[in-house]
Design a protein around this ligand. Structure first.
Ligand SMILES: Cc1cc2nc3c(=O)[nH]c(=O)nc-3n(C[C@H](O)[C@H](O)[C@H](O)COP(=O)(O)OP(=O)(O)OC[C@H]3O[C@@H](n4cnc5c(N)ncnc54)[C@H](O)[C@@H]3O)c2cc1C
Length: 380
């Protein structure tokens, strides 16, 4: 079992302080304006939290995967909106670092590693969500390059980002493309009224004869989904797993504090055995999700064969537990649980969202069962 080093413990403390000082006081504003303030994004960049996995030679922090998890636990524990900005950005940076040419890395990584430029991940289409193999966006050759045609939807932070990682098909072969937002032929339309991660600014993107060259293609042709998208999605799932660990911790702490302060029949609610049962379950949910996230981080760091499965297990477990934990937290708080200022309604929507995105609960059930048919993975 992975344990935290001294520097990782220090990072966890630094992150808790950062969240307390920079994010918590602005949560209400972030969610009511549905916007992450520009100066907060600048602070995330200055703190090295955008593109934090990127190698030092490109100006990144080269944090290890456990440290990465701690960052996402601290931020996701209070705001899945802010966390999702980091996640989609980091998914693109990781894809470039893993599959990019030397030129692509030199062009994009230094500005992504410092947050001077932002990136978004554009895979989903209206009829291609979990079944993203069915994407219909196409790359068609012409005399001096390619045209990109098609639509993407539900793309987080696309309007904030300078660069999009777009997935398309060329001759029915999946390709990953680095598409700067400013190219002619692109239209961006914001999707309003999204209730989960309200400040993640979802967008619908349309590409009409957007001119690209081979320099825009990331990674091997034909491997755009199997390698590039899946590498990025594994990081996305890992980020979600740790965010939910943060959320589960928040649920436990809120429920414990309330049950100790609130009296029923002149007794603290805590004194009732059924409350203690709920608190015990919340604690176990948090600890178990944390153990799976630690195991996933260790597997990623050591590049184990089991890493993809370990990340799926951590995301699958944490997202369902987080949803249930928020419901129990509301139950413990009674009527107070429905007050807007408690933010439990937002936690509930955000937790449930994590059962839908980056591979829904149902899809993870299928994939985990299929992956773990190879029993050598179980004990790794
Ligand atoms: C807030 C938010 C942010 C997002 N950000 C991004 C982003 O940045 N980039 C991006 O590319 N996309 C993004 N998405 C899109 C997201 O990835 C998709 O919504 C997700 O993949 C699910 O796809 P879908 O909504 O089409 O659902 P579907 O895939 O149609 O699934 C609908 C339901 O059917 C179930 N289902 C599907 N297949 C099966 C099966 N074989 N067996 C049983 N049940 C099944 C699913 O589990 C789900 O419950 C975002 C979505 C939201 C809501």
């Amino acid at each position: 079992m992975a344990t935290l080093s001294q520097s990782q413990q220090l990072l966890a403390k630094t992150m808790d302080d950062f969240v307390t000082n920079e994010i918590t006081p602005r949560l209400e504003a972030i969610e009511t304006t549905r916007c992450i303030p520009v100066d907060l994004i600048a602070k995330l960049g200055k703190q090295g939290l955008l593109g934090s996995l990127v190698a030092m030679e490109y100006g990144g922090q080269a944090v290890d995967y456990l440290s990465y998890g701690l960052i996402h636990k601290a931020i996701g524990g209070v705001s899945h909106s802010v966390r999702s900005l980091l996640t989609v950005h980091d998914m693109v940076a990781l894809a470039i670092e893993t599959y990019g040419s030397t030129t692509q890395k030199k062009i994009w990584l230094p500005s992504l590693a410092t947050g001077q430029q932002l990136a978004a991940f554009a895979l989903s289409e209206r009829q291609a969500g979990n079944n993203y193999q069915e994407i219909t966006t196409t790359l068609e050759p012409h005399s001096h390059g390619f045209y990109l045609n098609g639509c993407k939807t539900w793309i987080s932070c696309a309007d904030l980002a300078d660069l999009w990682l777009v997935f398309a098909k060329w001759n029915n072969q999946p390709v990953a493309l680095l598409v700067p937002k400013t190219l002619p032929g692109i239209q961006i339309k914001s999707i309003d009224g999204i209730t989960a991660t309200p400040a993640a600014r979802l967008n619908h993107l349309t590409f009409q004869k957007v001119e690209l060259t081979e320099d825009h293609i990331l990674g091997p042709i034909g491997m755009g989904l199997h390698l590039v998208a899946n590498t990025a999605l594994t990081l996305g799932r890992y980020s979600i797993a740790w965010s939910n660990v943060g959320l589960l911790r928040s649920c436990y702490l809120a429920s414990l504090a309330f049950s100790q302060q609130h009296c029923v029949n002149q007794q603290p609610l805590f004194n009732y055995q059924l409350t203690q049962q709920k608190l015990t379950n919340l604690l176990v949910q948090f600890k178990a999700a944390r153990s799976l996230a630690l195991e996933a981080g260790d597997a990623l760091q050591q590049r184990k064969n089991s890493a993809i499965g370990a990340v799926m297990l951590a995301k699958y477990f944490s997202s369902q537990q987080a949803t249930q934990a928020v419901l129990d937290t509301i139950q413990i708080h009674g009527a107070v649980g429905f007050q807007q200022n408690q933010r439990f309604h937002q936690w509930l929507l955000d937790a449930k969202l994590t059962e839908v995105i980056e591979g829904s609960t149902e899809i993870q059930q299928l994939q985990i069962a299929q992956l773990y048919q190879s029993i050598t993975l179980i004990d790794e």
